[in-house]
Ligand binder design. Structure first.
Ligand SMILES: [Zn+2]
Ligand SMILES: [Zn+2]
Length: 382
């Protein structure tokens, strides 16, 4: 028996399973300190490394369960809702339709998903049965709108011909899947124009979307393509409202278009949404350029970085450099009542997703406030 003194569950399992289990794995570096040097030398020199059995020792950070389906039972009563459509980006693990159940358990009445892996080109086919189940659950739970966020790899503004063609094909897949899922909105980051000018980049995005939807009819499916404003890093398009507005104008001939405005991106791009006067001015500017009625989705994310930093790091609602007052103003502005408010906040700890949904809901006028001093409601949806 090896000398395994670690306090973690991995080691308890190791001890239980003895050497057999250990030989079937590659030691995890988190735990390597607990292995005796004799064992470590054996691992280095032997053929143990050839084994590639399913990760035997998950890292410490992976061990915490974060899936709301496993953390919360289905509520007996429908969740209390507010006068706004509030939701969160929701995992599709186990099948795209599971996202609807997750959104319901989180107390949402709208939600956002990826319809395929967000950082892979691999196309993903949805089964008819999955789409039907998604529609059934949305109907049952009153989840509307359904927002699909496009893959992060898609760059319709780029100048590299191979990459551009790949992006157009991938975006066409996004449109097809969004239509199959009866989604209302497909959110797209306008991309990076590195290698050309900003103006050429905007033109190229519009042309690429026209090509991507050729032969499809997203308008018949009532699918609207939403251009999201970005953090405004050097070559990214959409770092200000004028660029988003220009793109909407270019797109309006061949798709239903609109905007998705992200609070974190707006803040780090340099707009003042924190002071009362700044918030009012920023919304006035949004009205003059994009038009508030054309903003169908607000991504509600607090920011880890400072205003104007161009650093896109999302933070929990009320815990970052934006703060609760901005989200309260946003959620209670009558000019925005038609929009969906969707968080894309991190899940650092189990139930952080529920905490952020509840934080937004508590800010809507008339909503019952959460108990003060309680960071995280454990099993209660508002
Ligand atoms: Zn966003
Ligand atoms: Zn972001």
């Amino acid at each position: 028996m090896f000398d395994l003194r670690g306090p973690c569950e991995n080691h308890a399992t190791l001890r239980k399973n003895g050497s057999k289990a250990l030989f079937g794995t590659v030691p995890n570096w988190d735990c390597a300190g607990y292995l005796t040097s004799r064992l470590f030398r054996r691992w280095q020199s032997s053929d143990i490394r050839e084994y590639r059995i399913k990760a035997f020792m998950p890292s410490h950070s992976e061990k915490k369960e974060r899936d709301i389906l496993k953390l919360l039972p289905s509520p007996k009563q429908p969740p209390k809702l507010t006068a706004r459509r509030i939701g969160i980006h929701t995992s599709t693990a186990g099948g795209v339709e599971n996202a609807a159940e997750r959104a319901y358990r989180l107390g949402c009445n709208t939600f956002q998903i990826f319809s395929s892996s967000p950082r892979q080109w691999k196309p993903y086919d949805l089964a008819r049965s999955q789409c039907d189940e998604m529609s059934r659950l949305r109907e049952r739970y009153g989840l509307k709108p359904l927002v699909v966020h496009a893959n992060y790899l898609v760059n319709l503004a780029g100048g590299n011909p191979d990459f551009h063609a790949k992006s157009i094909a991938a975006f066409r897949g996004e449109v097809e899947r969004a239509l199959a899922l009866c989604a209302d909105f497909l959110v797209l980051h306008p991309g990076s124009f590195r290698g050309s000018s900003r103006e050429e980049g905007l033109q190229r995005v519009a042309l690429a979307i026209e090509q991507a939807v050729d032969g499809l009819d997203p308008a018949a499916g009532k699918l609207r393509v939403l251009i999201e404003n970005t953090a405004g890093s050097e070559f990214s398009l959409g770092g200000n409202f004028e660029q988003v507005a220009e793109l909407l104008y270019l797109l309006s001939d061949f798709v239903l278009a609109g905007a998705c405005i992200d609070t974190c991106h707006t803040h780090v791009a340099g707009y003042d949404i924190v002071s009362k006067a700044g918030f009012a001015e920023t919304l006035d500017e949004l009205e003059r350029t994009v038009g508030l009625k054309n903003v169908y989705v607000w991504h509600c994310n607090d920011a880890k970085a400072a205003r104007g930093s161009k650093l896109d790091r999302h933070q929990h609602i009320g815990k970052g450099s934006i703060g609760l007052a901005t989200f309260r103003r946003l959620l209670n502005d009558a000019r925005l009542a038609h929009a969906a408010f969707i968080a894309e906040t991190p899940i650092d700890e189990p139930l952080d997703d529920l905490m952020n949904v509840n934080a937004l809901k508590a800010l809507v006028a008339g909503a019952k406030a959460l108990p003060s001093g309680k960071r995280k409601p454990r099993v209660r949806t508002l």
